[in-house]
Design a protein around this ligand. Structure first.
Ligand code: F6P
Length: 324
C-alpha cells in the first residue's frame, strides 16, 4: 500500500473529524500519500478526491460533523457503481480505503473489497448499533446531548407537574434510550428490543407513580419502536387521555447528531484511526476496528457483519428496579 483514501459515510457523528485527523496524520507519519474522499462513496464515484496534508486536518478535532462531508449512496450498491469507483480509485492511485461509518457503510466496503480494494472500517455512528464493537464514535457525545436536553425537560416537567415523552434517535436500536433513560431517571424506557404492554407498562406505571406521590414523569421513547406505537406526540396524547395527567411530547431530532465531541469520542476516534493505518502498514486489511472490553481490536469484515448485538440486559433489568 502506498496511497490511502479516507471517507465518511452514512449519518455523521461527532468525533468523525478526530478519526479523519488520526487517519491522515498517521498515514503521513508512516510515509503514505493520503487522499480525502468527499461525500462518502458518492465522492469515490464522482472523483471528488484530493490529497490531504497534516495541516488540512488542523483545528478540526473539536468540531462536530465531518469535514469530508457524508452521504448515503445508492449507486455504490450496484456493480456498475462499484466498478466506476474502482476505476476512479485506480486513476488516483488509491490502493487502500479507510471507511468511517456504520453497518451499511461496512457492507459497501466489504463488497468493494471484492473488486480488489483493500479496506478498513472504523465504527462511526451515534446509534452504537455496530455488532462487532462495544462502542462507536459519536455515541458518547450524542448521549450527553440527549442527557442535557432531558435534564432541561425534567425542570419544566417538574414545574408544571407534567408527564414528558422524549423521543430519541438510535435507528432500530435502543442503546441511547436505555442509557439516557437510566442516567436521567426516566419512569418508562421504551425500546425496540423489549416487548411491552401499553396499559401495564406505561399507564399503570404512571398511575402507580402518582399514587405513591410522584408529581412528574419522564418517558423515553427510542425511535425504533415509534413505528409500532406512534411517535412522542401521539404517545403523549394517548397518555393524557387515559391518565388525565398533562403530557407533552418532544422529538429531539438532529440536535443529537451535532456538537463538539466529548473527550471519550475524541480519544477513541484518535486511537482507532491510528490503529487502522498501522494495520494497513503491516499488510493487514479488510478488517473492522472495534472496541471489546475496553481494548481496540480488529475483526475480519465478513465476521463483523455477521455478528449480532443485543441491548445490555443487565442495564435493562436495573432500569426496572430504579424506576419505581
Ligand atoms: O444513524 C444515525 C441516525 O441519526 C439514526 O439515529 C437515525 O435513524 C438516522 O440516522 C436518520 O437518518 P437521516 O440522516 O438519513 O435522516
Amino acid at each position: 500500500v502506498k496511497t490511502i483514501g479516507v471517507l465518511t459515510s452514512g449519518g455523521d457523528a461527532p468525533g468523525m473529524n478526530a478519526a479523519i485527523r488520526a487517519v491522515v496524520r498517521t498515514g503521513i507519519y508512516y510515509g503514505f500519500k493520503m487522499l480525502g474522499v468527499r461525500k462518502g462513496y458518492n465522492g469515490l464515484i464522482a472523483g471528488d478526491i484530493s490529497e490531504m496534508t497534516a495541516r488540512n486536518v488542523s483545528d478540526i478535532i473539536h468540531r462536530g460533523g465531518t469535514i469530508l462531508q457524508t452521504a448515503r449512496c445508492k449507486a455504490f450498491s450496484t456493480e456498475e457503481g462499484m466498478q466506476k469507483a474502482m476505476s476512479i480509485s485506480r486513476a488516483f492511485g488509491m490502493d487502500a480505503l479507510v471507511v468511517i461509518g456504520g453497518d451499511g457503510s461496512y457492507r459497501g466496503a466489504r463488497d468493494f473489497s471484492k473488486f480488489g480494494m483493500k479496506v478498513m472500517g472504523l465504527p462511526g455512528t451515534i446509534d452504537n448499533d455496530i455488532a462487532s464493537s462495544d462502542y462507536t464514535i459519536g455515541y458518547d457525545t450524542a448521549m450527553n446531548t440527549v442527557q442535557d436536553a432531558l435534564d432541561k425537560i425534567r425542570d419544566t416537567a417538574y414545574s408544571h407537574e407534567r408527564c414528558s415523552v422524549l423521543e430519541v434517535m438510535g435507528r432500530k436500536a435502543g442503546h441511547i434510550a436505555l442509557n439516557v433513560g437510566i442516567a436521567g431517571g426516566a419512569e418508562v424506557i421504551l425500546l425496540p428490543e423489549k416487548e411491552f404492554d401499553f396499559d401495564k407498562d406505561i399507564i399503570r406505571k404512571i398511575i402507580q407513580g402518582r399514587n405513591s406521590g410522584k408529581k412528574n414523569y419522564i418517558i423515553i421513547l427510542a425511535e425504533g419502536i415509534s413505528e409500532k406505537i406512534g411517535g412522542a406526540l401521539e404517545l403523549a396524547k394517548k397518555i393524557e387521555d387515559l391518565t388525565g395527567i398533562e403530557t407533552r411530547g418532544t422529538v429531539l431530532g438532529y440536535i443529537q447528531r451535532g456538537g463538539s465531541p466529548t473527550i471519550q469520542d475524541r480519544v477513541m476516534a484518535s486511537a482507532m484511526g491510528v490503529k487502522a493505518v498501522e494495520l494497513l502498514k503491516d499488510g493487514v486489511f479488510n478488517r473492522i476496528i472495534s472496541v471489546k472490553d475496553s481494548k481496540i481490536i480488529d475483526i475480519d469484515i465478513d465476521e463483523a457483519l455477521s455478528m449480532k448485538k443485543d441491548i445490555d440486559q443487565d442495564l435493562l433489568r436495573m432500569s426496572n428496579i430504579l424506576s419505581i
